[in-house]
Design a protein around this ligand. Structure first.
Ligand code: PLP
Ligand code: SF4
Length: 437
Protein backbone atom coordinates (compact mmCIF):
# COMPACT_ATOMS: atom_id res chain seq x y z
CA UNK A 1 0.00 0.00 0.00
CA UNK A 2 1.39 3.39 -0.94
CA UNK A 3 1.41 6.37 1.38
CA UNK A 4 -0.70 9.48 0.84
CA UNK A 5 0.88 12.82 -0.06
CA UNK A 6 0.38 14.06 3.52
CA UNK A 7 1.99 10.89 4.86
CA UNK A 8 4.97 11.35 2.53
CA UNK A 9 5.29 14.93 3.76
CA UNK A 10 5.12 13.92 7.43
CA UNK A 11 7.54 11.04 7.12
CA UNK A 12 10.18 13.11 5.31
CA UNK A 13 9.76 15.89 7.85
CA UNK A 14 10.30 13.44 10.74
CA UNK A 15 13.25 11.70 9.15
CA UNK A 16 14.41 12.19 5.61
CA UNK A 17 15.74 8.65 5.44
CA UNK A 18 12.69 6.91 6.86
CA UNK A 19 10.98 4.41 4.60
CA UNK A 20 7.36 3.42 4.18
CA UNK A 21 8.07 0.18 6.01
CA UNK A 22 9.13 2.23 9.04
CA UNK A 23 5.85 4.13 8.74
CA UNK A 24 4.09 0.77 9.11
CA UNK A 25 6.12 -0.22 12.18
CA UNK A 26 4.06 0.55 15.28
CA UNK A 27 7.09 1.14 17.45
CA UNK A 28 8.40 3.70 14.95
CA UNK A 29 4.98 5.38 15.04
CA UNK A 30 5.06 5.46 18.84
CA UNK A 31 8.61 6.83 18.95
CA UNK A 32 7.58 9.69 16.68
CA UNK A 33 4.24 10.52 18.24
CA UNK A 34 3.51 14.24 18.22
CA UNK A 35 3.45 15.76 21.69
CA UNK A 36 4.18 19.44 21.19
CA UNK A 37 2.81 22.36 19.26
CA UNK A 38 5.92 23.10 17.21
CA UNK A 39 6.16 19.57 15.84
CA UNK A 40 2.44 19.54 15.15
CA UNK A 41 2.63 22.73 13.13
CA UNK A 42 5.81 21.75 11.33
CA UNK A 43 4.64 18.29 10.28
CA UNK A 44 1.33 19.49 8.91
CA UNK A 45 2.71 22.79 7.65
CA UNK A 46 -0.06 24.73 9.41
CA UNK A 47 -0.32 27.52 11.93
CA UNK A 48 -2.87 27.31 14.74
CA UNK A 49 -4.72 30.35 16.04
CA UNK A 50 -3.23 32.13 19.04
CA UNK A 51 -6.02 30.82 21.29
CA UNK A 52 -5.44 27.27 20.16
CA UNK A 53 -1.69 27.50 20.56
CA UNK A 54 -2.23 28.57 24.18
CA UNK A 55 -4.67 25.75 24.81
CA UNK A 56 -2.16 23.29 23.38
CA UNK A 57 0.34 24.18 26.08
CA UNK A 58 -2.06 24.54 28.96
CA UNK A 59 -4.10 21.43 28.24
CA UNK A 60 -0.94 19.38 27.96
CA UNK A 61 -0.11 20.22 31.57
CA UNK A 62 -3.40 18.72 32.73
CA UNK A 63 -3.76 15.84 30.33
CA UNK A 64 -1.11 14.63 27.90
CA UNK A 65 -1.14 15.17 24.18
CA UNK A 66 0.11 12.47 21.90
CA UNK A 67 -0.85 11.89 18.28
CA UNK A 68 0.57 9.13 16.14
CA UNK A 69 2.00 10.31 12.81
CA UNK A 70 -0.57 8.03 11.16
CA UNK A 71 -3.57 9.63 12.90
CA UNK A 72 -2.10 13.09 12.33
CA UNK A 73 -1.95 12.34 8.60
CA UNK A 74 -5.75 11.93 8.52
CA UNK A 75 -6.35 15.55 9.53
CA UNK A 76 -7.87 17.62 6.75
CA UNK A 77 -5.79 20.79 7.01
CA UNK A 78 -8.18 22.64 4.69
CA UNK A 79 -10.93 22.55 7.31
CA UNK A 80 -9.25 21.83 10.61
CA UNK A 81 -11.81 23.45 12.91
CA UNK A 82 -14.45 20.99 11.73
CA UNK A 83 -12.26 17.98 11.22
CA UNK A 84 -13.26 15.02 13.44
CA UNK A 85 -9.66 13.75 13.65
CA UNK A 86 -8.34 17.17 14.65
CA UNK A 87 -11.13 17.71 17.18
CA UNK A 88 -10.49 14.36 18.88
CA UNK A 89 -6.75 14.73 19.13
CA UNK A 90 -5.95 18.44 19.54
CA UNK A 91 -7.12 20.25 22.68
CA UNK A 92 -9.70 22.98 22.32
CA UNK A 93 -9.41 26.08 24.54
CA UNK A 94 -12.77 24.94 25.93
CA UNK A 95 -11.10 21.86 27.45
CA UNK A 96 -9.82 24.05 30.27
CA UNK A 97 -13.36 24.98 31.33
CA UNK A 98 -14.38 22.94 34.32
CA UNK A 99 -18.11 23.46 34.65
CA UNK A 100 -20.45 22.83 37.56
CA UNK A 101 -21.29 19.15 37.73
CA UNK A 102 -17.99 17.99 36.20
CA UNK A 103 -16.25 15.27 38.21
CA UNK A 104 -12.80 13.78 38.06
CA UNK A 105 -14.07 10.22 38.49
CA UNK A 106 -17.80 10.37 37.66
CA UNK A 107 -18.10 6.60 37.30
CA UNK A 108 -16.49 5.89 40.70
CA UNK A 109 -14.06 3.49 39.08
CA UNK A 110 -11.50 4.12 41.77
CA UNK A 111 -13.86 3.39 44.66
CA UNK A 112 -15.26 0.25 42.99
CA UNK A 113 -11.77 -1.21 42.99
CA UNK A 114 -11.40 -4.15 45.40
CA UNK A 115 -7.89 -5.03 44.17
CA UNK A 116 -5.11 -3.29 42.24
CA UNK A 117 -5.97 -2.81 38.54
CA UNK A 118 -9.52 -4.13 39.05
CA UNK A 119 -12.85 -2.34 38.76
CA UNK A 120 -15.60 -4.71 39.87
CA UNK A 121 -19.01 -3.20 39.24
CA UNK A 122 -21.19 -5.92 37.78
CA UNK A 123 -21.75 -9.37 39.26
CA UNK A 124 -20.02 -11.51 36.63
CA UNK A 125 -17.43 -9.32 34.94
CA UNK A 126 -14.56 -7.00 35.79
CA UNK A 127 -12.32 -4.43 34.19
CA UNK A 128 -8.63 -5.25 34.47
CA UNK A 129 -6.60 -2.12 33.82
CA UNK A 130 -3.34 -3.41 32.39
CA UNK A 131 -1.95 -0.33 30.71
CA UNK A 132 -1.95 3.34 31.41
CA UNK A 133 -0.76 4.74 28.11
CA UNK A 134 -2.43 5.27 24.76
CA UNK A 135 -1.13 5.80 21.24
CA UNK A 136 -3.34 8.90 20.97
CA UNK A 137 -4.92 10.67 23.92
CA UNK A 138 -8.53 11.29 22.95
CA UNK A 139 -9.59 14.72 24.13
CA UNK A 140 -12.93 13.19 25.17
CA UNK A 141 -11.39 10.45 27.33
CA UNK A 142 -13.46 9.52 30.37
CA UNK A 143 -10.36 8.38 32.28
CA UNK A 144 -8.57 11.69 31.86
CA UNK A 145 -7.65 11.66 35.53
CA UNK A 146 -5.51 8.58 35.07
CA UNK A 147 -4.52 7.87 31.54
CA UNK A 148 -1.08 8.94 30.39
CA UNK A 149 0.28 9.41 33.88
CA UNK A 150 3.55 7.58 33.43
CA UNK A 151 4.04 7.25 37.18
CA UNK A 152 1.10 4.94 37.47
CA UNK A 153 1.80 2.39 34.74
CA UNK A 154 0.56 -0.81 36.36
CA UNK A 155 3.43 -2.93 37.55
CA UNK A 156 3.57 -6.62 36.88
CA UNK A 157 3.04 -7.31 40.57
CA UNK A 158 -0.11 -5.15 40.62
CA UNK A 159 -1.50 -6.98 37.60
CA UNK A 160 -0.68 -10.24 39.35
CA UNK A 161 -2.71 -9.09 42.36
CA UNK A 162 -5.60 -8.18 40.06
CA UNK A 163 -5.44 -11.61 38.44
CA UNK A 164 -5.38 -13.21 41.90
CA UNK A 165 -8.60 -11.36 42.75
CA UNK A 166 -10.20 -12.77 39.62
CA UNK A 167 -8.94 -16.25 40.49
CA UNK A 168 -10.46 -15.97 43.98
CA UNK A 169 -13.86 -14.81 42.76
CA UNK A 170 -15.52 -17.61 40.81
CA UNK A 171 -18.50 -15.51 39.79
CA UNK A 172 -16.26 -13.62 37.35
CA UNK A 173 -16.77 -15.16 33.92
CA UNK A 174 -15.81 -12.19 31.73
CA UNK A 175 -12.62 -10.12 32.04
CA UNK A 176 -12.21 -6.85 30.13
CA UNK A 177 -8.66 -5.76 29.56
CA UNK A 178 -8.65 -2.01 29.42
CA UNK A 179 -6.49 0.90 30.40
CA UNK A 180 -4.93 2.83 28.67
CA UNK A 181 -4.58 0.66 25.64
CA UNK A 182 -3.72 -3.02 26.26
CA UNK A 183 -2.29 -3.31 22.73
CA UNK A 184 0.54 -0.98 23.67
CA UNK A 185 1.94 -3.80 25.78
CA UNK A 186 4.50 -5.98 24.09
CA UNK A 187 3.34 -9.22 22.49
CA UNK A 188 5.08 -11.27 25.18
CA UNK A 189 3.57 -9.35 28.08
CA UNK A 190 0.08 -9.54 26.60
CA UNK A 191 0.60 -13.24 25.95
CA UNK A 192 1.55 -13.69 29.61
CA UNK A 193 -1.56 -11.84 30.89
CA UNK A 194 -3.85 -13.80 28.59
CA UNK A 195 -2.20 -17.09 29.58
CA UNK A 196 -2.62 -16.33 33.29
CA UNK A 197 -6.29 -15.50 32.77
CA UNK A 198 -6.83 -18.59 30.63
CA UNK A 199 -5.56 -20.78 33.48
CA UNK A 200 -8.56 -19.68 35.54
CA UNK A 201 -11.33 -22.11 34.83
CA UNK A 202 -14.25 -19.81 35.57
CA UNK A 203 -13.04 -17.10 33.15
CA UNK A 204 -15.12 -17.93 30.10
CA UNK A 205 -14.32 -14.96 27.90
CA UNK A 206 -11.73 -12.22 27.70
CA UNK A 207 -12.40 -8.87 26.07
CA UNK A 208 -9.90 -6.26 25.02
CA UNK A 209 -10.78 -2.60 24.56
CA UNK A 210 -8.36 -0.90 22.18
CA UNK A 211 -8.21 2.13 19.96
CA UNK A 212 -5.23 0.87 17.97
CA UNK A 213 -7.27 -0.07 14.85
CA UNK A 214 -8.27 3.62 14.71
CA UNK A 215 -5.09 5.47 15.63
CA UNK A 216 -2.33 2.89 15.15
CA UNK A 217 -3.64 0.20 12.79
CA UNK A 218 -0.16 -1.19 12.10
CA UNK A 219 -0.18 -2.50 15.69
CA UNK A 220 -2.45 -5.28 14.43
CA UNK A 221 0.25 -7.65 13.22
CA UNK A 222 0.01 -11.31 12.33
CA UNK A 223 1.98 -12.12 15.51
CA UNK A 224 -0.57 -10.27 17.63
CA UNK A 225 -3.47 -11.99 15.90
CA UNK A 226 -1.80 -15.36 16.49
CA UNK A 227 -1.64 -14.61 20.24
CA UNK A 228 -5.31 -13.65 20.38
CA UNK A 229 -6.20 -16.75 18.44
CA UNK A 230 -4.27 -18.94 20.87
CA UNK A 231 -6.29 -17.63 23.82
CA UNK A 232 -9.73 -17.50 22.24
CA UNK A 233 -12.49 -16.67 22.89
CA UNK A 234 -11.05 -13.15 22.97
CA UNK A 235 -13.40 -10.39 21.87
CA UNK A 236 -12.01 -7.06 20.73
CA UNK A 237 -13.91 -3.81 21.11
CA UNK A 238 -12.59 -0.82 19.28
CA UNK A 239 -13.53 2.86 19.23
CA UNK A 240 -14.36 4.46 15.88
CA UNK A 241 -16.29 7.70 16.20
CA UNK A 242 -16.44 8.83 12.58
CA UNK A 243 -16.48 7.05 9.23
CA UNK A 244 -13.46 9.10 8.10
CA UNK A 245 -11.40 7.05 10.56
CA UNK A 246 -12.11 3.84 8.65
CA UNK A 247 -9.22 4.14 6.21
CA UNK A 248 -7.63 1.41 4.10
CA UNK A 249 -5.11 0.78 6.90
CA UNK A 250 -7.89 0.49 9.46
CA UNK A 251 -9.80 -1.86 7.16
CA UNK A 252 -6.72 -4.07 6.80
CA UNK A 253 -6.30 -4.21 10.59
CA UNK A 254 -9.97 -5.10 11.12
CA UNK A 255 -9.78 -7.69 8.35
CA UNK A 256 -6.79 -9.38 9.97
CA UNK A 257 -8.58 -9.58 13.32
CA UNK A 258 -11.79 -10.87 11.78
CA UNK A 259 -9.90 -13.44 9.68
CA UNK A 260 -8.15 -14.51 12.89
CA UNK A 261 -11.56 -15.40 14.32
CA UNK A 262 -11.72 -12.45 16.72
CA UNK A 263 -15.28 -11.16 17.16
CA UNK A 264 -15.24 -7.38 16.75
CA UNK A 265 -17.38 -4.70 18.37
CA UNK A 266 -17.23 -0.94 18.38
CA UNK A 267 -17.97 1.64 21.04
CA UNK A 268 -18.69 5.18 19.87
CA UNK A 269 -18.92 8.25 22.05
CA UNK A 270 -21.55 10.77 21.01
CA UNK A 271 -19.58 13.98 20.56
CA UNK A 272 -20.88 17.45 19.81
CA UNK A 273 -19.46 18.84 16.58
CA UNK A 274 -17.98 15.46 15.61
CA UNK A 275 -20.68 12.84 15.13
CA UNK A 276 -23.91 14.30 16.57
CA UNK A 277 -25.77 13.79 13.33
CA UNK A 278 -27.99 10.88 12.22
CA UNK A 279 -26.44 10.81 8.74
CA UNK A 280 -22.86 10.69 10.04
CA UNK A 281 -23.81 7.96 12.48
CA UNK A 282 -25.54 5.90 9.81
CA UNK A 283 -22.49 6.16 7.53
CA UNK A 284 -20.30 5.05 10.44
CA UNK A 285 -22.34 2.00 11.42
CA UNK A 286 -22.69 0.88 7.79
CA UNK A 287 -18.97 1.12 7.23
CA UNK A 288 -18.27 -0.76 10.47
CA UNK A 289 -20.59 -3.61 9.57
CA UNK A 290 -19.09 -3.82 6.08
CA UNK A 291 -15.80 -4.43 7.85
CA UNK A 292 -17.27 -7.12 10.12
CA UNK A 293 -17.48 -4.90 13.19
CA UNK A 294 -20.71 -4.93 15.17
CA UNK A 295 -21.68 -1.51 16.61
CA UNK A 296 -21.92 -2.31 20.33
CA UNK A 297 -22.44 0.83 22.39
CA UNK A 298 -23.14 4.45 21.68
CA UNK A 299 -22.10 6.32 24.83
CA UNK A 300 -23.58 9.51 26.10
CA UNK A 301 -20.53 11.69 26.83
CA UNK A 302 -19.98 11.49 30.59
CA UNK A 303 -19.36 14.07 33.28
CA UNK A 304 -15.56 13.92 33.48
CA UNK A 305 -13.81 17.26 33.81
CA UNK A 306 -13.06 19.24 30.68
CA UNK A 307 -15.58 17.49 28.45
CA UNK A 308 -18.39 20.04 28.60
CA UNK A 309 -17.85 21.21 25.02
CA UNK A 310 -18.30 17.63 23.76
CA UNK A 311 -21.60 16.94 25.50
CA UNK A 312 -24.95 16.79 23.71
CA UNK A 313 -28.42 16.56 25.21
CA UNK A 314 -29.66 12.97 25.64
CA UNK A 315 -32.32 13.79 23.05
CA UNK A 316 -29.63 13.85 20.35
CA UNK A 317 -28.80 10.22 21.04
CA UNK A 318 -32.49 9.27 21.00
CA UNK A 319 -32.90 11.08 17.69
CA UNK A 320 -29.97 9.13 16.26
CA UNK A 321 -31.42 5.80 17.40
CA UNK A 322 -34.79 6.83 16.00
CA UNK A 323 -33.07 7.28 12.63
CA UNK A 324 -31.45 3.84 12.80
CA UNK A 325 -33.94 1.44 14.37
CA UNK A 326 -36.07 -0.07 11.61
CA UNK A 327 -34.38 2.05 8.97
CA UNK A 328 -31.34 -0.20 8.76
CA UNK A 329 -30.16 -3.71 9.67
CA UNK A 330 -30.78 -4.54 13.29
CA UNK A 331 -27.15 -5.34 13.96
CA UNK A 332 -26.11 -1.89 12.72
CA UNK A 333 -27.85 -0.35 15.73
CA UNK A 334 -25.71 0.14 18.84
CA UNK A 335 -27.21 0.23 22.31
CA UNK A 336 -27.30 3.83 23.47
CA UNK A 337 -26.14 4.03 27.09
CA UNK A 338 -25.59 6.57 29.81
CA UNK A 339 -22.88 5.47 32.21
CA UNK A 340 -24.49 6.39 35.51
CA UNK A 341 -22.58 8.94 37.57
CA UNK A 342 -21.74 7.40 40.92
CA UNK A 343 -20.97 3.96 39.53
CA UNK A 344 -24.43 2.63 38.69
CA UNK A 345 -23.15 1.21 35.43
CA UNK A 346 -24.42 1.60 31.90
CA UNK A 347 -28.09 2.38 31.54
CA UNK A 348 -29.65 1.83 28.12
CA UNK A 349 -31.99 4.48 26.74
CA UNK A 350 -34.22 4.18 23.69
CA UNK A 351 -37.05 5.90 21.91
CA UNK A 352 -40.43 4.73 23.25
CA UNK A 353 -42.20 2.16 21.11
CA UNK A 354 -44.81 0.97 23.61
CA UNK A 355 -47.53 3.62 23.53
CA UNK A 356 -50.19 2.10 25.74
CA UNK A 357 -51.70 -1.15 26.96
CA UNK A 358 -54.75 -2.72 28.51
CA UNK A 359 -55.27 -6.14 30.06
CA UNK A 360 -55.34 -7.95 26.72
CA UNK A 361 -53.67 -5.67 24.22
CA UNK A 362 -50.62 -3.48 23.79
CA UNK A 363 -50.45 -0.50 21.47
CA UNK A 364 -47.13 0.01 19.71
CA UNK A 365 -45.75 2.30 17.08
CA UNK A 366 -43.11 1.40 14.54
CA UNK A 367 -40.23 3.36 13.01
CA UNK A 368 -42.54 4.80 10.31
CA UNK A 369 -45.02 6.11 12.84
CA UNK A 370 -47.55 3.37 12.11
CA UNK A 371 -49.58 2.63 15.24
CA UNK A 372 -50.41 -0.99 15.72
CA UNK A 373 -51.76 -3.39 18.33
CA UNK A 374 -50.58 -6.72 19.58
CA UNK A 375 -53.26 -8.90 21.07
CA UNK A 376 -52.09 -10.78 24.12
CA UNK A 377 -53.14 -14.38 24.88
CA UNK A 378 -56.62 -14.79 26.41
CA UNK A 379 -55.24 -17.12 28.98
CA UNK A 380 -51.71 -17.64 30.08
CA UNK A 381 -50.63 -20.03 32.78
CA UNK A 382 -47.37 -18.59 34.05
CA UNK A 383 -44.73 -21.15 34.88
CA UNK A 384 -44.31 -20.89 38.62
CA UNK A 385 -40.69 -20.39 39.54
CA UNK A 386 -39.25 -20.94 43.00
CA UNK A 387 -35.71 -21.34 41.60
CA UNK A 388 -35.81 -25.04 42.35
CA UNK A 389 -34.73 -26.02 38.88
CA UNK A 390 -34.41 -29.74 39.61
CA UNK A 391 -38.15 -30.03 40.06
CA UNK A 392 -39.07 -27.62 37.30
CA UNK A 393 -41.27 -28.79 34.41
CA UNK A 394 -39.32 -26.73 31.91
CA UNK A 395 -36.66 -28.65 30.08
CA UNK A 396 -33.94 -26.14 30.77
CA UNK A 397 -31.84 -27.36 33.68
CA UNK A 398 -29.31 -24.82 34.78
CA UNK A 399 -26.39 -26.36 36.61
CA UNK A 400 -25.86 -23.36 38.80
CA UNK A 401 -29.30 -21.79 39.00
CA UNK A 402 -29.12 -21.86 42.79
CA UNK A 403 -26.64 -19.00 42.43
CA UNK A 404 -28.97 -17.02 40.25
CA UNK A 405 -30.65 -15.09 43.00
CA UNK A 406 -32.71 -12.39 41.40
CA UNK A 407 -31.61 -8.84 42.10
CA UNK A 408 -32.76 -5.40 41.04
CA UNK A 409 -35.91 -5.10 38.95
CA UNK A 410 -35.67 -8.86 38.27
CA UNK A 411 -36.23 -9.41 42.01
CA UNK A 412 -39.43 -7.31 41.94
CA UNK A 413 -40.69 -9.50 39.08
CA UNK A 414 -39.76 -12.89 40.61
CA UNK A 415 -42.56 -15.16 41.86
CA UNK A 416 -40.67 -16.40 44.87
CA UNK A 417 -39.66 -13.02 46.22
CA UNK A 418 -41.79 -10.96 48.58
CA UNK A 419 -40.00 -7.65 48.00
CA UNK A 420 -42.44 -4.96 46.98
CA UNK A 421 -40.14 -2.00 46.53
CA UNK A 422 -36.48 -1.09 46.23
CA UNK A 423 -35.51 1.95 48.28
CA UNK A 424 -32.15 3.75 48.34
CA UNK A 425 -30.45 3.34 51.71
CA UNK A 426 -30.34 7.11 52.22
CA UNK A 427 -34.05 7.66 51.61
CA UNK A 428 -35.14 10.40 54.05
CA UNK A 429 -38.78 9.31 54.26
CA UNK A 430 -37.66 5.83 55.33
CA UNK A 431 -35.08 6.99 57.83
CA UNK A 432 -37.80 9.06 59.53
CA UNK A 433 -39.80 5.92 60.13
CA UNK A 434 -39.78 4.76 63.76
CA UNK A 435 -39.29 1.03 63.35
CA UNK A 436 -37.07 1.33 60.32
CA UNK A 437 -39.58 -0.89 58.52
C1 PLP B 1 -18.59 -1.18 30.69
C2 PLP B 1 -18.12 -1.89 31.84
C3 PLP B 1 -18.17 -3.29 31.90
C4 PLP B 1 -18.71 -4.12 30.75
O1 PLP B 1 -20.06 -3.89 30.55
P1 PLP B 1 -20.83 -4.63 29.40
O2 PLP B 1 -22.18 -3.99 29.40
O3 PLP B 1 -20.84 -6.07 29.74
O4 PLP B 1 -20.08 -4.38 28.12
C5 PLP B 1 -17.71 -3.91 33.03
N1 PLP B 1 -17.24 -3.21 34.08
C6 PLP B 1 -17.20 -1.87 34.07
C7 PLP B 1 -16.68 -1.15 35.27
C8 PLP B 1 -17.64 -1.16 32.95
O5 PLP B 1 -17.58 0.17 32.94
S1 SF4 C 1 -35.10 -20.39 36.75
FE1 SF4 C 1 -35.04 -22.57 36.99
S2 SF4 C 1 -36.90 -23.02 38.13
FE2 SF4 C 1 -37.13 -21.01 37.29
S3 SF4 C 1 -38.23 -21.37 35.39
FE3 SF4 C 1 -36.05 -21.26 34.93
S4 SF4 C 1 -35.40 -23.37 34.95
FE4 SF4 C 1 -37.35 -23.30 35.99
Amino acid sequence: MTLSATQEQIISCIDNNATSSQWKDWKWQMRHSIKDLETFEALLDVKLSEKQRKAFGKAAEKFPISITPYYLSLINTEDMENDPVFLQSVPSPLELNIVKGDMSDPLHEDSDSPAPCVTHRYPDRVLLLVSNVCPMYCRHCTRKRKVGDEDTIPKRSAIEQGIRYIRNNPQIRDVLLSGGDPFLLSDDYLDWILSELRKIEHVEIIRIGTRTPVVLPCRITSDLVAILKKHQPVWVNTHFNHSREITQSARNALGMLADGGVPLGNQTVLLSGINDCPRIMKALVHKLVKNRVRPYYLYQCDLSEGLSHFRTPVGKGIEILESLIGHTSGFCVPTYVIDAPGGGGKIPVMPNYLISWSTNKVVLRNYEGVITTYKEPDSYEPTFCDRDCDSCDLLLKLEDADESKAIGIGQLLADDDQTISLVPSSNARHSRRKSGA
